[in-house]
Every structure is written in structure tokens, then in C-alpha cells.
Design a protein around this ligand. Sequence first.
Ligand code: SF4
Length: 470
Amino acid sequence: MEPLSLAFRERAARALHDPVLATAMQRLERGWQAARARAAADLPEFEALRDAAVAIKDHVLANLDLYLEEFERRFTAAGGVIHWARDAAEARAIILDICRRAKARTVTKSKSMVAEEIGLNAYLEAQGLRVIETDLGEYIIQLAGDVPSHLVGPAVHMTRERIAELFAKAHGGPPKQDSAALVAEARQVLRQRYLEADVGITGANFLIAETGSIVTVTNEGNAELTQGLPKVHIALTGIEKIVPTVAEAFVFLRLLARSATGQEFSAYTTFLTGPKREDERDGPQEMHLVLLDNGRSRMLGGPFREMLRCIRCGACMNHCPVYLAAGGHAYGWVYVGPMGSVLTPHFVGIDKSWPLPNASTFCGRCEEVCPVRIPLPKLMRLWREEAHKRGLAPPAARVGLTLWAFFARRPALYRLATRLAMAALGALGRRRGRFSRLPFASGWTVSREFPAPQGPTFTAQWRAARGAKG
Ligand code: SF4
């Protein structure tokens, strides 16, 4: 997918005038935010689990090579085949080759953000394969020719009426207005597709080094049908998804659904260890795992390493005021919200995505709710610095920051300048008490008035208050 992140501002401005999106985002805010808060409050050890998850991830990242080797040994011993992919092109080529060798015509697929990252569907379709998404949200956006707008709820931006229209067009018959009827219709259509598929592609939420198992987590059971019915199963995931043991996988499983949707556990959590054995009735004859690097090793060795702790729960976007106003499509690439603002520059380059780390108020809510305590504001700030160093931001922002830095390094001068500026603005705005236009502040005054300042500066008030406390 060609990144459109440079147009974040224009895309967000359009989204702000979309009443359907606003309703969807309000629903998400009221629903998943409250559900996460309840789930966290109901589990006394929730904070301790978060600490444990951070410790496990940090340990794994410090020893990633050893755990990957251990995983490979066990996975291979269980009958699976590992494929290492350096980048998106390699991963796509490996998957196509497996499909060709299986003489596949139809491929079913469960939700995988890594597949979005490498543009897998478009590639396989261009090679003549029929790809069917089996996650309900992904199926809906596939019918619409759309892209996901949320990690967990890819079609969160769509109304029931729009989905009914899409289904009527794709499946025939009159549009159904009832959600249960729409789900039943999708289920009926997809059952047939599972049976037709030659290859099933899934993601993997976790890889367990001690057993060589891959773990899939869904609420619909579609990963199980995608993996279990065709003769060939391909799992695709990033190299950072390793956890050392089954017990440690449960630390993350207990956090994942609670942080994402407020459920105690997702409806389907499946541990897969190798393909079908001789004495088993179900399962694929071949099981492949494509382990993708695509810049992750570079991240591991640099200041963004903490981002590799991400378990793709979506809590950061569910609590981000910018995401909740602009929606996922404004971000212009696969990963959205605060985690997307950190990841996208890695995958597409900061020169093609510099507005994203700026799409944050730095309120800190993303870090507050992240189950693995990723310091997202700090990481976005690092990208802002990088963009500034490379001169990517508009000239006005660069000049403004340079000026501010000049004064901030000279506290006495800073205090004098802010006192003078406040006095001047106070005098100019005394009559009306506010400004409806101000030079260099049109971004503020375009939608609200700027109050004329009165009294001492914030720094002066702060110093006075601290002085009063002794
Ligand atoms: S950054 Fe944290 S909150 Fe956001 S998706 Fe990743 S794990 Fe979840």
C-alpha cells in the first residue's frame, strides 16, 4: 500500500466533517474505553501483569536470537517449515511459492496486520489467486475495496446500512437491516469458501519458544477454520512475537483482550504445534511459518526498541483524542493511531510520514493504557526530532521551534520575552478580552478565539506558588 501519510492534515480535516465516522468513533470511545477500564479494575493483578509483560518482552528482545533459534528447533521438530524473510518482497515471494507448489487457486485468510504491512492480498491477486478474508471486519472491507481503520476492528468506521448494501450487492437478495442476520449471512457464505480453499493464511499473535507452537487469538473462530481445513497452512508474523514459555504466553493473553475490548479472554485462543499427525483426523498436511524482519532488527538495535513490545491490542488508539477525531484512514498507511505514528516512519521512512508523530497532543493516555507500557509519546518525540534534523517540517514550524529553542536555553531572556509578549497582547486585547485572529496562530483562531492574557505569566505564577510553599 502506497503511504498517504504526508496528507494527514487534509485527510484528517475531511474526516472531521464526516458524521458517520464521528458516530463510529463515539461508539468506540464509549464502548471499548469503558470496557477496558472495567476489565482492568476487576483484575487486582492487572498492573502487576503489565509489569511482568514488560519484563518478559525486554528479556526476550535482549536474547531474541537465542529464542528464535530455540523456536525454530521445536517448530521444525513438530513438522513445520520455517521461512525467514528479510523484507516484504521476500515474504510475498515465499508465500506465492508455497501457494504455487500447492497448486492453489483459492486462499482463505484470517486477519493479519503483517499481511497488510507487506501488501499480500493485492500481490497474490495480481498473480491470479483468489484471496478470501474470513475475519468479518476484514471481509467487509474487502468487499468495499477499503483498508482497515483499526487494529482490532478493521471496519469500525462503517455503518450497518453500508454493510447491508455491500452484502446485498455481493451475495444477492435484499439488504438486511439486522446485525444478527448480516453475521449469519456472512457466516453462510464463508463456510463454503473455507471448504474451497487450498491454502489458509493466518497471522500469529505469539510464538512459544519452549514448544514451537504458534498462538492465534480471534473472537470468531475463523483462524481455526482458515488453518485447519485447507491442506496447507501458512502463518505469517514478525520476529518479535516470541515468548519463552506457555506460562509466559498467558501473561500476555490475560492482558490482550482486556486491553483491546475489555473481554477477559478472546473467544478463541488456539495453540498450534505442527501440522496434522498420522493419528489425527483434522489439520493441514503442511504447516509453514514466514518470519518477517522488515526492519525489526534495525529497530532492535536502536532507540525504538521498546516499540517491539507491542502486542497489537489497539488500546492506544481507543484512548487517543487525535485518532478518535480523525479515524484510522487519516493516517494513510497500515498502522494507525499512536502506535502507527511510531511504526509507520520505520516502515515507509520519516520523509514519507513526518506528519504522523506530530499528530499527537502528548496527553500521554496512550502510554497510560498500553499493556506493555511503551513510552509512545517519547518515541513520537524522537521521530519529531529526526524530522526536524532532516528539515522535513514546514518552514514556519522550523523557524518557530528554532526561535523557541533560542529563548528556552536562556531562561532570563525567556521570562522577559514572555512578560513583554503577555503585556503587549493584554494591552491590545483589553477592549474585547479576546482575539479572533492572531498572526502565526491561525491554527488556533480558525476554530476558537484566543483569550487576551491577564496577570502574571505562568512561570511567574509557578515561581510565586513554589516560593509561598517555602
Ligand atoms: S502500542 Fe501498546 S496499546 Fe498500542 S497497540 Fe501496541 S501494545 Fe497495544
